[in-house]
Design a protein around this ligand. Structure first.
Ligand code: ADP
Ligand code: GLC
Length: 482
């Protein structure tokens, strides 16, 4: 498993959850899994007990040799290796600086990670059946295997898998890094790594991977189209049935209200009384009016275009004017949205709450204490928060896109079936109306809502199930490897 993020060591978004969760589930299914990630400055050597057990690696890039150290630890029975390069990973951010500016040498940084990761496997004599790459940072590994390792004793039979967690980020960087990457001049072509004169790492990976998938079936279909694929549609289509969708799982050791030690009280499908206590404590912690009878709608997310929180910013005043409802949000990112949501509680004391930042504990409190979880994403490859919220008895209010569409079942007012409230239009009006639908269900059809909570809590999105689908993908990739 070659990746730029992996829980518990480093996580920017769901990618880190997915790499860690899948690795653990594959291990539990009996596979020999080895994770390779960068040793970022923020990864604490002592805390994770990193040890150096191999000699420094000489990594031949296209036009020079670089050296790095590799350290190892084991967590949940999965060994994880860390590639240490002060030059590339000894800085505060993963992809960008504090002002959200991409590091200018990202193509080199992550190209180096791929080469070093494969070099490490050789040094360890680890003849992997598959190398599984994730998103643009490690997509080039699929090409490196073919360009550099095709006749290699260790990696000559290794198949490559590329998982697309987000096609909006493709790793597009200036062509001047291409010689360094060592991917051969002939592969700098429009069907491979070239994109309007620049390097497109994800596109190159798509061309070379033996099998590829997106993190939900709906998103896999969307990416084949002109909008969802952000220009990659034709290249994905060209891979035919080698490209599929596999829905992520979630880690129920971390996210289950029956066992979650972070939240104020535990609860289950059979006994939801602890959820009422979680709501009371959340209202207190976030300075909301302490009232069990008022519905609480909440969000947790990165404030980026993808998440559609600008629509919430436009809709929220109308919602708070016209409905008896509370709103709470946890997130950080775009400065405009940060400042809008930071100021909201002053204007709406007791009714709106916000916490600008990253806070895992509070994320659990919100999942547990809210009545509804709002996710109006423009696009959502999979989305994990809505799956957590199902388990916490907090029906999602979500746009019917990508993985949201695949995991949330539409509420039917006549029968009371479904697990959440879905809408299609990307407008503040649609957010307003769908929140209104949820709020009216809270007041007017409480028995339906109770039923929805229980239904959602009974849905299983475990990594064990997802891991079985990946096993099948790995087998297909191995069988069809040229
Ligand atoms: P994405 O990867 O696009 O951000 P996901 O829904 O797949 O979306 O995963 C987001 C993950 O990051 C979830 O585990 C969520 O709880 C977490 N997260 C996002 N923003 C915050 C935040 N401000 N504080 C704590 N956790 C957050
Ligand atoms: C990306 C996507 C998110 C998905 C996650 C894990 O960050 O934005 O939808 O859940 O990857 O696959």
């Amino acid at each position: 498993m070659l990746a730029s993020e992996c829980v518990p060591y480093v996580k920017v978004g769901g990618l880190g959850d997915a790499v860690g969760g899948l690795s653990k589930a594959l291990r539990a299914a009996g596979h020999e899994v080895l994770v390779v990630v960068p040793k970022y400055a923020a990864i604490d050597t002592a805390r994770w007990g990193l040890r150096s057990t191999v000699a420094p690696l000489g990594v031949w890039m296209g036009n020079r040799e670089e050296w790095c150290a590799a350290h190892q630890t084991v967590h949940d029975e999965v060994p994880c290796w860390f590639i240490e390069s002060e030059k590339y990973f000894g800085r505060p951010g993963v992809y960008h600086d504090r002002e959200f500016r991409d590091y200018g040498d990202n193509a080199r940084r992550f190209g180096f990670l791929c080469r070093a990761g494969l070099q490490l496997l050789r040094a360890l004599g680890f003849a992997a059946d598959v190398v599984h790459a994730h998103d643009w940072p490690t997509a080039a590994a699929a090409a490196y295997l073919k360009v550099w390792h095709w006749d290699d004793a260790t990696l000559g039979r290794t198949a490559s898998i590329l998982t697309i967690h987000n096609a909006a980020h493709q790793g597009i960087y200036g062509a001047e890094a291409y010689a360094y990457l060592g991917l051969q001049p002939g592969n700098f072509s429009p069907g491979r790594f070239e994109d309007h004169g620049r390097i497109n790492l994800l596109k190159g990976g798509i061309a070379f991977a033996d099998a590829l998938n997106a993190v939900s079936p709906t998103y896999a279909r969307e990416t084949l189209g002109p909008i969802g694929g952000n220009g990659l549609g034709p290249y994905l289509a060209a891979r035919g049935d080698r490209y599929t969708g596999i829905l992520n799982g979630v880690d129920y050791d971390e996210w289950d209200p029956a066992v979650d030690r972070r939240i104020p009280a535990r609860f289950t499908r059979e006994d939801l009384s602890g959820k009422a206590e979680c709501k009371r404590e959340l209202q207190r912690r976030m300075n909301l009016e302490a009232d069990p009878a008022i519905p609480l709608v909440a969000s947790v997310c990165r404030f980026v275009d993808q998440k559609g929180m600008d629509l919430v910013a436009q809709a929220i005043d109308g919602i708070l004017d016209q409905m008896r409802v509370q709103f709470a949000v946890l997130g950080s990112g775009e400065k405009g949205l940060e400042s809008f949501f930071a100021k909201l509680p002053e204007r709406r004391p007791g009714r709106a709450a916000s916490w600008i930042g990253y806070d895992e504990d509070l994320a659990h409190w919100i999942e547990a204490g809210a009545d509804f979880f709002l996710m109006p994403s423009r696009f959502e490859p999979c989305g994990l928060n809505q799956i957590y919220s199902l388990r916490y008895g907090t029906p999602p209010i979500a746009r019917a896109t990508g993985g949201l569409n695949d995991t949330v079942e539409q509420y039917d007012e006549r029968t009371g079936t479904g697990t959440g409230f879905k809408f299609d239009a990307l407008t503040p009006r649609a957010v307003h109306d769908t929140v209104g639908w949820a709020v009216s269900t809270f007041y007017d059809r409480p028995e339906h809502l109770q039923h929805m909570r229980r239904e959602g809590m009974s849905r299983e999105f475990s990594w064990a199930r997802t891991a079985r689908e990946y096993e099948a993908l790995y087998e297909r990739a191995r069988a069809r490897r040229p």
